[in-house]
Design a protein around this ligand. Structure first.
Ligand SMILES: C[S@@+](CC[C@H](N)C(=O)[O-])C[C@H]1O[C@@H](n2cnc3c(N)ncnc32)[C@H](O)[C@@H]1O
Length: 240
């Protein structure tokens, strides 16, 4: 956590938005390379945990270049999805990808802040968010907003990279992660991908993330660890 202000992140929301605007063009390719192609599988699993219902309305928070939205529509073509993000460059790419896939009518991408959602209460059947919560300046505020716009009985799914807890997995993490900024440099930004590594190490342990979900009103909070605990799918529900 940042000690010099009351924000939860190492950099401000404005710095974060500028960083994603800067790397938007190479984001997908960098993601594939750094995750060794596993990110698609993680998103697929996250959408399976969400369990979209036919005809439902869903929200993707910090949609970035829209991969979770596309996965949602792949698994459940009759849903309607809103994808929000602070970075207009990331949203531009998401819009292009959705229209190239011919799913533009099922999705609406627009600029909005997770900590001040411009939607009415209880309007979504489910909410998903991939690799975004770690980047949100005030995470409890965002979770409270997600709880507000979720219908009673609806499910929230958060896919995140977390600092592994088991010693031997942490050993592997420590060997691999110094290469992340170097790979980032190949995709145009050493500093953005150094931030990725630092933000993972700064992010709360998964037990604390669960506590945060409970404190903001969610129930039935569960964790599904992937990649030996270096990736985690958190799921939770809004009670009836
Ligand atoms: C690492 S990217 C993840 C993109 C995408 N969800 C994925 O799975 O690849 C994180 C995204 O969260 C967005 N973001 C960060 N803080 C946000 C906020 N407060 N509200 C909305 N989006 C935010 C960033 O602009 C960025 O596009």
């Amino acid at each position: 956590m940042n000690m010099s202000s009351d924000r939860d992140t190492l950099i401000s929301a404005d710095e974060n938005r500028a960083m994603f605007d800067r790397i938007a063009k190479n984001y997908d390719a960098a993601n594939r390379a750094i995750s060794l192609g596993m990110d698609r599988r993680w998103r697929r699993k996250a959408v399976e945990v969400l369990g979209p219902v036919a005809g439902g309305r869903y929200l993707d928070i910090g949609t970035g270049t829209g991969d979770l939205v596309l996965e949602l529509l792949e698994q459940s073509p009759s849903v309607q999805v809103d994808g929000i993000d602070l970075s207009e460059r990331m949203l531009d790419i998401a819009k292009t990808k959705a229209s190239e896939k011919g799913v533009g009518d099922s999705v609406s991408f627009f600029k909005a802040d997770a900590t001040a959602l411009p939607m009415r209460d209880a309007c979504y059947d489910g909410i998903i968010s991939g690799f975004c919560v770690r980047n949100i300046e005030r995470r409890r505020k965002a979770l409270t907003e997600m709880h507000r716009v979720l219908k009673p009985g609806g499910r929230l799914v958060v896919l995140e990279a977390v600092y592994p807890q088991r010693t031997w997995v942490r050993f592997g993490y420590k060997i691999y992660t110094p290469f992340i900024p170097l790979m980032g440099a190949l995709f145009g930004s050493f500093s953005a991908f150094r931030y990725l590594k630092e933000s993972i190490e700064d992010f709360p342990q998964s037990e604390q993330v669960v506590e945060m979900f409970c404190e903001t009103g969610f129930v039935r909070v569960e964790r599904c660890p992937l990649l030996l605990g270096a990736i985690c799918i958190f799921s939770a529900e809004r009670t009836f």
